[in-house]
Write a protein that binds this ligand. Structure first.
Ligand SMILES: CC(C)(COP(=O)(O)OP(=O)(O)OC[C@H]1O[C@@H](n2cnc3c(N)ncnc32)[C@H](O)[C@@H]1OP(=O)(O)O)[C@@H](O)C(=O)NCCC(=O)NCCS
Length: 404
């Protein structure tokens, strides 16, 4: 008898999808590389493989042109807002930014000066306790909580950061646009319009990115029919890791270390970065801000961020360093830069403290997390794969005195 199993084959722009017959397991590759666990309408790789699609638009088009409210409306509701929809989402986000329960701030007064991503998940869970003890799966209710979280996340992230360091924090100003107000609360001064626009554009670029690790985490928690606060607190934990959102901090830390070394040798960073990267590679160290599970050739988000970097402080110098780094990595490893290399530099130009870089990623990505939470719970199947147990079996319990 033949042991060959016939799978159903579906041709798609991404490639061939295989569905095995019932009763067969699928042995997924490590890291779930190439595995497609579900469909989504929110975002995904452009079939040409050169960009990501946000609800029909390319990510770079939206990142360059849409403001925060437009980007959030597109990701959450599936289309760019008309004028009345724009007014509505703007007024809700601006209002909710000012409506954080005072007790959340009280609790944040006691956080130590650890990494702000720790208290992000803590504050999100805390908000769940105030807002959502009775969770419902009604659309209006879900969207309202999504908007509350989108509005609130930057407020307590910045409050926690400042409270832990100097005991006070900047209250939100609901009369300012979201991006500008968030940047003001982080840097403690009113940003220029250009700075606010550059910052806001990175939030839009970060809003969503298919089934990345943190979004998939959010969907797993959502699939248990837990509430949005619990799901997003889990997503924050996944985003914190240096292989995911943490890379924008690590890449800037790398440039600053290289700058110190260059200075000691009397060189400019752009003339030293090649040696620095090669040295790291020779020591088998990762070059943070390079490589991507999806973009194997080019990350289009870097083009948008690069346009803003050029216009900000020391822009031309930074672009030379970035381009040189990309040249070296292309030659040595054939790996493209990813958005984190560029946002690291852009946030540095804006005077943002490095430990706030990953929280800023979360301030953008909370939009996508919320959309994925809602998409998952409204068409749910619990995500529960099967393991391939390869440990021992047949052992019997023995009292401790009999164990070697
Ligand atoms: C993003 C990342 C996790 C993607 O991982 P992945 O899809 O599993 O890619 P792979 O690990 O298969 O990479 C292929 C090869 O390139 C190497 N590589 C990948 N990224 C590298 C980097 N940033 N620096 C040096 N080498 C790298 C890998 O070690 C691997 O080499 P090998 O074949 O000799 O083992 C990975 O590129 C990485 O760790 N990058 C640095 C962190 C980062 O910038 N993350 C932000 C992502 S937006």
């Amino acid at each position: 008898m033949s042991s060959k199993v016939e799978c159903e084959v579906e041709e798609t722009p991404l490639g061939k999808f295989l569905t095995p017959p019932q009763g067969y397991y699928i042995r997924a590759p490590k890291g779930l590389v190439g595995v497609i666990p579900d469909k989504t309408n929110i975002s995904g790789v452009d079939p040409k493989g050169t960009s990501t699609i946000y609800r029909g638009y390319t990510i770079d088009d939206i990142g360059e042109h849409a403001d925060f409210y437009e980007g959030a409306h597109l990701i959450l509701y599936g289309h760019l807002p008309n004028e009345s929809e724009y007014k509505e989402i703007k007024s809700k986000i601006d209002k909710y930014r000012g409506e954080i329960p005072e007790k959340v701030f009280d609790a944040l007064r006691y956080v130590p000066t650890t990494h702000p991503m720790y208290y992000a998940s803590y504050a999100v869970s805390l908000m769940g306790q105030y807002y959502a003890p009775e969770w419902k799966f009604e659309e209006d209710f879900l969207y309202d909580h999504a908007l509350r979280l989108i509005a609130a996340m930057p407020v307590f992230l910045t409050a926690g950061w400042h409270l832990a360091r100097h005991g006070t924090f900047y209250r939100p100003d609901s009369s300012l646009p979201h991006g500008k107000d968030v940047l003001r609360m982080i840097i403690g001064r009113m940003p220029s319009d250009l700075e606010a626009r550059a910052f806001e554009s990175t939030l839009v670029l970060y809003m969503d990115h298919g089934f990345n690790a943190s979004t998939f985490t959010v969907r797993v928690v959502a699939s248990t029919l837990s509430d949005i606060y619990s799901a997003i607190a889990a997503g924050i934990g996944a985003l914190k890791g240096p292989l995911h959102g943490g890379a924008n901090e690590k890449s800037m830390a790398m440039f600053l270390e290289a700058q110190e070394k260059a200075k000691a040798k009397g060189l400019e960073l752009k003339d030293y970065i090649e040696e620095y990267i090669k040295e790291r590679l020779a020591n088998k160290q990762l070059i943070m801000g390079f490589g991507h599970r999806v973009y194997k050739v080019h990350d289009p988000r870097t083009d948008v961020a690069g346009k803003f970097i050029r216009q900000l402080k020391d822009g031309e110098d930074w672009l030379q360093v970035l381009k040189k780094s990309e040249e070296v990595m292309k030659k040595e490893k054939n790996l493209p830069a990813n958005i984190d290399l560029y946002t690291g530099v852009l946030y540095y130009q804006l005077g943002i403290p490095i430990p706030m870089y990953t929280p800023i990623f979360a301030i953008g990505r909370v939009v996508g997390w919320s959309a994925h939470y809602i998409e998952q719970v409204l068409n749910n199947k619990i995500i529960r794969p099967t393991e391939d147990y390869v440990g021992p079996s047949g052992l019997k319990y023995a009292p401790i005195s009999e164990r070697k």
